[in-house]
Design a protein around this ligand. Structure first.
Ligand SMILES: [Zn+2]
Ligand SMILES: [Zn+2]
Length: 426
């Protein structure tokens, strides 16, 4: 016997039964994001490695440790995309979109790849939904995006979610904060983990989101970024909060939140869910403003704000909710003899063309086995075809939930099904 080949560790198959939840989430995202004027983009799953090194940053875990990087047959260094913001920015620059419109709103959804240690809801091929808005530096743009995320989560009936906010300042005020932070971290060098002792030289902000408890204690007592904001950054952050309050969106200001990526300026935000399925309080998504990244990638001087959300975790939350996502067939057609098989095939074909979900057993078989199959399918109605039905053109719709059979002519099955489906209690 030949050996069985398994799927790659950390990369999952999504099969019917579960995929309906994914489709539902994706459908809601398309609907809600569309209402906010965001258009969908699809970029390749593979990009030039330099794109991520220059945007996400060499010092991040994503680029430093977690990327799937390989050389193609032409000797180019390519990477499976570990996130969606850099590819979107690359596409925006490449197509000179800024010359076509002053403000651009895009969203994307699809698989991302990181070679990470696996835990609940975290995989090496994972799925993200994200959005980017280019061209507006105003706080109103940040707020509009947060409102969109809130409305998206509401559409999924996920309500136990809190919004955390921070501002990381800009080129004018961040250097002073950096200097103070480095000075403070140097004084506490011995209390930091090995990674952070290195990070404090290369990217001190990263120390603030180290998972190590000792590092977190050091960070908590350190300088507060908000006290270093220059006047324009402070005004931006105040405006942001005033507008969120105006929309009735609740938030918490968290000066320790920096979000592990190098490119953020001013606003950063996270949506946090308290849910047992995810362990303790857990981030379902987040993002921030990146006003200098486009220029850094050789593009135009265009401000931008974006967010991304892990679909795997959202799906976990929805699975826990016990809501039903699969759709049962409207009708199961049972053919009791050889001659009825052909009729079953043409009847089901016609009903499907008319928009109904219809199933039948292509193998034929005994009445009993087909009825069993109909039962298992969860179909709302069955219709049995035999010689009598073939000759008379009359049949009976049997409601699986019980009750009197409904007489129908074979020409009017669709009409009858619709009438009784709409009348039936959900
Ligand atoms: Zn650390
Ligand atoms: Zn500033």
């Amino acid at each position: 016997m030949s050996q069985k080949i398994s799927g790659v560790k950390g990369m999952n198959d999504l099969l019917p039964g579960e995929i309906e939840i994914w489709q539902s989430v994706e459908g809601r995202a398309r609907d809600v994001f569309g209402r906010f004027g965001y258009g969908e983009i699809r970029t390749p799953m593979v990009e030039d490695t330099a794109l991520f090194v220059r945007s996400v940053g060499e010092e991040t875990d994503i680029v430093g440790k977690e990327m799937y990087t390989f050389e193609d047959k032409g000797g180019r260094s390519l990477s499976l995309r570990p996130e969606g913001t850099a590819p979107a920015a690359r596409a925006y620059i490449e197509h000179s979109v800024n010359n076509q419109e002053p403000v651009t709103r895009w969203f994307y959804m699809g698989p991302m790849f990181r070679y990470e240690r696996m835990k609940t809801g975290r995989y090496r091929q994972f799925y993200q939904i994200g959005a980017e808005a280019y061209g507006a530096k105003e706080a109103a743009q940040d707020v509009e995006m947060m409102d969109m995320v809130v409305q998206f989560l509401e559409s999924l009936d996920l309500k136990d979610i809190s919004l955390n906010l921070n501002s990381l300042g800009d080129e004018a005020c961040r250097p002073a904060y950096h200097a103070k932070l480095v000075e403070y971290l140097k004084a506490h060098r011995e209390e930091l983990c090995g990674d952070c002792q290195r990070r404090m030289e290369t990217n001190p902000l990263r120390v603030l989101d180290c998972k190590n408890e000792k590092c977190q204690a050091v960070a908590a007592a350190g300088p507060n970024v908000l006290e270093f904001l220059c006047e324009p950054c402070r005004a931006h952050f105040n405006d942001l909060q005033r507008k969120l309050t105006g929309l009735g969106i609740k938030y918490v200001v968290n000066p320790r939140m920096v979000r592990g990526l190098d490119y953020y300026t001013r606003t950063v935000f996270e949506f946090i869910a308290a849910h047992p399925a995810l362990g303790t309080a857990s981030t379902v998504g987040g993002g921030g403003r990146y006003d200098t990244m486009m220029k850094g990638l050789g593009g135009p001087d265009v401000p931008a704000v974006g967010f991304a959300m892990g679909l795997d975790r959202l799906v976990l939350l929805l699975k826990e909710s016990g809501k039903k996502f699969t759709q049962a067939p409207d009708l199961f057609v049972v053919a009791v003899d050889e001659g009825s098989q052909d009729l079953a095939l043409t009847l089901t074909s016609r009903l499907r063309r008319e928009g109904l979900r219809v199933d039948f057993d292509t193998r034929g078989g005994s009445l009993k086995s087909q009825m069993k199959r109909a039962d298992k399918s969860g179909a709302h109605f069955t219709l049995v075809l035999g010689e009598a039905e073939r000759t008379s053109g009359q049949a009976k719709l049997k409601r699986m939930a019980g009750g009197e059979p409904i007489p129908v002519t074979l020409d009017d099955v669709a009409k009858a099904l619709r009438a009784h489906r709409d009348a039936a209690p959900a």
